[in-house]
Design a protein around this ligand. Structure first.
Ligand code: XUL
Ligand code: CO
Length: 436
């Protein structure tokens, strides 16, 4: 049975007028010594692509994704079939999933886990037939009402234990599917008011939970990279994993920094008041840029709209960070993005992925030229050249003192600054974008 009413999407080049074709993403084309598909490692998000039906706060679903099936196992299998058909048609080589995306909960944990065994067997078969791989798995610890006070930061031990059991199983399933990473996004790990919250206990418990997860992964021989996905707010008012720098200080406090990298999501960065490339940069310079949730927010809306990324400026700056990171290694570009509620036709899903994949492919092309031409690197090097002077080198080598700096300052009668030339650099960036 065919689920999506469109054929295989091919690369037709930038002059193509066919909306169901790639204009930029030419998967085997080599850029900076690597195929485009290897740089980008695109992944399909199971939840937005196969589960979301357009429901919002004001209205019911507008998109048909039930496949007209009521039986939970049959429905789950149809989602697998549809998902693999979709990935094959789009040429997407990876997928990401939450445990509860792939099959609905049963009447109790035991039945739920049995269902997970059945559906993961089914997924594994499909993976073998198609060569499609699992980028990461995760546990949904936010949807069910038992998680009303959080999961690993809940005030209720019963919920904490349930969450542990759920992550344990999600790790087993991710290992079974050969997942290259495992993600922790702090679903409801945060608070609404300090009036009822013991933040010290919650953070201690959270850190211990993560440690136990890593211990269990080691015990079962799961080698995937552990990732934390920062987000500052939503669903809770204050999420503990606010942004990269906050997460890093938490990990360092609890000696967990060697076990985790970041999964940076564009819309989460902007919710934190940062740019996407700020978060990527902070992760990269700290050696923890692991993977990306590619999407974009809306400038006028203050929440996580999870739109498909079409902003070439942001994609270019993001790809500069990715290239400087030496690639994403075991990570990839997961489209944690959903079509708008009014985009309810089958083709809309294809248009959305094509737009996202082409935007990042173009961003890769532009970023590779900017890096090759050392456009910003040369400027930055020149801007900091004072730190290459004898005293500058002493600062870099941590080999001076306030006394020595004071003596220098007293003798130096004339401080001279040079312009940062921001507008010139922005114009050069635009020029590269126009001309690519
Ligand atoms: C929520 C979000 C999640 C994570 C995985 O904002 O981004 O879908 O990516 O749990
Ligand atoms: Co995400």
């Amino acid at each position: 049975m065919e689920y999506f009413k469109f054929g295989k999407i091919k690369y037709e080049g930038k002059d193509s007028k066919n909306p169901l074709s790639f204009k930029e993403y030419n998967k085997d084309e080599v850029i900076l010594g690597k195929k485009m598909s290897e740089h980008l490692r695109f992944a399909m998000s199971y939840w937005h692509t196969l589960c979301a039906n357009g429901t919002d706060m004001f209205g019911e679903g507008s998109i048909e994704r039930s496949f007209y099936l009521d039986d939970p196992i049959e429905y789950a299998k149809a989602k697998v079939d549809a998902g693999f058909e979709f990935m094959q048609k789009l040429g997407i080589e990876y997928f990401c999933f939450h445990d509860r995306d792939i099959i609905a909960e049963g009447k109790n944990l035991e039945e739920t886990n049995k269902r997970l065994d059945i559906i993961s067997d089914y997924i594994l078969e499909k993976m073998k037939k198609t060569n499609i791989k699992c980028l990461w798995g995760t546990a949904n610890l936010f949807n069910n009402k038992r998680f009303v006070h959080g999961a690993a930061t809940s005030c209720n031990l019963d919920v904490y234990a349930y969450a542990a059991a759920q992550v344990k199983k999600a790790l087993e399933i991710t290992k079974k599917l050969g997942g290259e990473n495992y993600v922790f996004w702090g679903g409801r790990e945060g608070y609404e008011t300090l009036l009822n919250t013991d933040t010290a206990l919650e953070l201690d418990n959270f850190a211990y939970f993560l440690k136990m997860a890593k211990d269990y992964a080691n015990e079962i021989g799961f080698k995937g990279q552990f990732l934390i996905e920062p987000k500052p707010k939503e669903p809770t008012k204050h999420q503990y994993d606010f942004d990269t720098q906050t997460v890093l200080s938490f990990l360092r406090k609890y000696n967990l920094e060697k076990d985790f990298k970041m999964n940076i999501e564009a819309n989460h960065a902007t919710l934190a008041g940062h740019t996407f490339n700020h978060e990527l940069n902070m992760a990269r310079i700290n050696g923890v840029l692991g993977s990306i949730d590619a999407n974009q927010g809306d400038m006028l809306l203050g929440w996580d709209t999870d739109q498909f990324p079409t902003n070439i400026y942001d994609a270019t700056l993001a790809m500069i960070e990715v290239i400087k990171n030496g690639g994403l290694h075991s990570g990839g570009l997961n489209f944690d993005a959903k079509v708008r509620r009014s985009s309810f036709e089958d083709e809309d899903l294809a248009y959305a992925y094509i737009a996202g994949m082409d935007t990042f492919a173009k961003g890769l092309r532009i970023a590779s030229k900017l890096i090759n031409d050392k456009v910003f690197d040369n400027f930055v090097k020149e801007r900091y050249k004072s730190f290459e002077s004898p005293l500058g080198l002493k600062i870099k080598n941590k080999n001076t003192s306030f006394k020595e700096l004071e003596a220098y300052a007293l003798a130096n009668k004339n401080i001279k600054n040079e312009s940062g030339h921001q507008e010139m650099l922005e114009a050069i960036l635009n020029q590269y974008i126009y001309n690519e």
